[in-house]
Design a binder for this molecule. Structure first.
Ligand SMILES: Cc1ncc(COP(=O)(O)O)c(C=O)c1O
Length: 447
């Protein structure tokens, strides 16, 4: 009997005992290529000596000091590094211990900002269907994934949802990217007008959709048009880059590629690459100054915010990414990964779409490539792909419910930024074998 309350108590899990480079090793000595970094976390792979050394040194001098008494040099330096790298005047970094906490902090800061400036009516949050922003009640409330929300609906604060930017399924034939982006921006504007422009606090979106839809990037212009709608009505734009940020797309902040600066951005996962639990919310000077010049106090906080050891790990990770020029590798290996997937699986009758940015790559599976009909959810294709890939020594991040929380299957790849060209080839080889085992192409499309 296990006394750990596992997330899926009926499942028998392998025991992870070691990690080295891009591989994890279990207690039977089996090696797995970690092609998803867990949930897009381990961006430097495992056992990175520089990060381990930074953690040891920090623990030797100071592991933790409560942020109501002290600041620390390491948290100040990490905040300076992130603020310098962030676009626009995203200058103020609030450290937390993970993604959901970062989103909670963003929601509360958005609300408090409006209280500070006297716009106390502003209380509504608009997000997108099929989004994921975390599992704490506030983050779950704004998230748009029906399956995750369903059992907890009576506990969730009201939130409002509009369509995601999901070109593969929702862009009409003949509709240009600009027309599609405008249609979605118009939908957001209509929702703001329906709720009453004076009552809307913020629009929240993942810059590139991660877990729930599988690396879905926005079409060109989408975020610019969304930004314009938000500005028109004084609504804050919160971009959730918990999965897509910190270099995953080839840019430290994914929104740089879209030429858009949000009012608040959330990051986590790759920030410390899994060596320590840490996330952050970064706000613009306008919002920070409103708190500073208003009540002078952000009415929020947790015991472990600004944790020195977590900050030391994150600082070492960010320095490594910069000094080893890893973002160049992310772009090159990402191109290679998509190209190799297309060469190997592009004609498979059940492969509908191969997409993504940088080393953030998704493959969506279908029953019929023409109609894009989804596979029968009862087949649990995503779960079978995960276990078959594991048998083949490959860790990927598959999920069902891609389309509406129930229908659809996809696989997410988020390999470490240190991957070589040969590593990518091995990943695609093992993945293709796994796909062939679950959905043999020779038998035709699986319904
Ligand atoms: C976009 C996004 N936001 C928020 C979260 C929640 O982060 P955490 O699991 O660290 O609480 C996740 C986790 O997958 C995520 O992908």
């Amino acid at each position: 009997m296990t006394h750990v309350f596992h997330r899926n108590p009926r499942q028998t899990l392998a025991v992870a005992v070691a990690g080295k480079g891009i591989e994890l090793i279990d207690s039977n000595g089996k090696h797995y290529i970690d092609a998803s970094g867990g949930a897009a976390v381990s961006c430097l792979g495992h056992g990175h000596p520089r990060v381990i050394e930074a953690i040891k040194q920090q623990v030797d001098s100071l592991a933790y000091a409560h942020t109501s008494f002290f600041t620390t040099e390491v948290s100040e330096e990490l905040a300076r590094t992130l603020a310098q790298a962030a676009p626009g005047d995203l200058n103020h970094v609030y450290f937390v211990s993970g993604g959901s906490e970062a989103v909670e902090a963003a929601l509360k800061l958005a609300r408090q900002y409006f209280v500070e400036i006297g716009q106390t009516e502003r209380r509504h949050f608009i997000a997108r269907r099929q989004s994921y922003h975390g599992n704490t009640l506030g983050a779950l409330a704004i998230g748009g994934n029906a399956w995750r929300r369903e059992p907890f609906l009576p506990l969730l604060v009201p939130a409002h949802h509009v369509a995601p930017c999901y070109a593969y399924r929702d862009q009409s034939a003949g509709e240009t990217d600009q027309q599609y982006a405008q249609r979605l921006a118009d939908e957001l504007e209509a929702k703001i007008l329906e709720l009453g422009p004076q009552s809307v606090a913020a629009f929240v979106a993942e810059t590139v959709v991660g877990a729930t839809a599988g690396a879905v990037p926005p079409v060109a212009d989408y975020l610019k048009r969304i930004r314009a709608v938000c500005d028109k009505y004084g609504v804050l734009l919160i971009l959730d880059e918990i999965m897509s940020g910190m270099g995953r797309t080839g840019h430290l902040f994914a929104c740089e590629e879209d030429g858009v600066v949000p009012d608040i951005v959330t990051i986590a996962k790759g920030l410390a690459a899994g060596y320590q639990p840490i996330g952050a919310m970064i706000s613009t000077s306008r919002i920070y100054d409103a708190v500073l010049g208003g009540s002078g106090f952000f009415q929020h906080g947790h015991t472990y915010i600004g944790h020195a050891t977590a900050c030391a790990a994150a600082l070492a990770v960010q320095q490594t990414i910069a000094e080893d020029h890893l973002l160049e590798n992310v772009l090159a290996r990402g191109e290679q990964l998509r190209a190799r997937l297309r060469e190997t699986l592009g004609d498979h009758p059940n492969v509908g779409d191969i997409r993504g940015r940088g080393l953030f790559v998704g493959v969506e599976f279908v029953a019929d490539r023409q109609t894009k009909a989804t596979l029968d959810p009862a087949l649990k294709t995503h779960a079978r792909l995960k276990s078959t890939a594991m048998q083949n020594g490959l860790l990927i991040y598959p999920m069902g419910g891609t389309v509406d929380g129930v229908r659809g299957d996809h696989v997410l790849f988020a390999p470490p930024f240190i991957c070589s060209a040969q590593d990518i080839d091995r990943i695609v080889e093992r993945f293709a074998e796994s796909v062939q085992a679950v959905m043999p192409a020779t038998r035709g499309a699986l319904a």
